[in-house]
Design a protein around this ligand. Sequence first.
Ligand code: ATP
Ligand code: MG
Length: 277
Amino acid sequence: MLEEVVATRYVTPLREGGSLPGIVEADDLGTYVMKFTGAGQGRKTLVAEVICGQLGRRLGLRVPDLVRMQLDPVIGLAEPDEEVQELLKASGGLNLGMDYLPGSIGFDPLAFAVDPLDAGRVVWFDALINNVDRSWRNPNLLVWHGELWLIDHGATMIWHHNWPTAAQAATRPYDASDHVLAPFDPDIAAAAKTLAPKVTRELLTEVAADVPDEWLVDEPGFEGPDGPDRLRAAYVERLLDRVATTHERIKLGPPTTQRPTQAPAWLRVWAEGKAAK
Ligand SMILES: Nc1ncnc2c1ncn2[C@@H]1O[C@H](COP(=O)(O)OP(=O)(O)OP(=O)(O)O)[C@@H](O)[C@H]1O
Ligand SMILES: [Mg+2]
């Protein structure tokens, strides 16, 4: 189970996030990015954050630590912004916290080079979880202490919005042409070889167990007292279906036309030098 903390101070909203996450301090003296259950995107976004975030970390990718975060909306009373007030009011109780990486910067493919093995691992992982939110428009990657960190796994496992057809999703292609790491020659075959054997039923069952029951109750088709556990099992099965063929489904077409222009030569020399290290 994820560690649980209590939010003690709402610091500031992160306006670049569509769901309006906030920087929040907690009773363990930690600072977290809080993702709210009352956000318009709904609680499935938080389920996806937990399953994919925990899975990514267990596969050796860098994902900030996740915690369960209790919120008493009273901590936001001094917040002047009405939108934030409404969000906090709608989110009393259990929310998700992600370790805040102070001083991190958004990943910029023109300024930071990624080697093909690392790029391959991220693209393969995103194909497994069907992440549609790691494009050059919205990379959802941070650079912190010179390393790449993966954030924002809310827009993944799209099949969980329609369980009756979820099994069919396992065969659909994953178009990675828009992926922010596509220009780094991702070594998908190497990633599949090292990562696929690690994605076992046992590992998936462990990561699904980290999702709080509160976010799994009353899902249509999974009602009743054993509903949350049946739903966890459904997440495990659907991911397990995909593992063996994930690399075959990845389509890396020609670069998309709207991609940013090439970096200036001096910046490329610097970035290539970094990749060679
Ligand atoms: N752990 C973190 N440490 C530091 N900054 C973070 C962290 N998590 C998120 N951020 C910052 O907050 C922004 C919004 O976070 P995130 O992308 O998770 O929110 P979202 O509402 O899901 O966004 P989106 O609009 O991409 O759906 C990020 O782009 C990043 O700048
Ligand atoms: Mg984001």
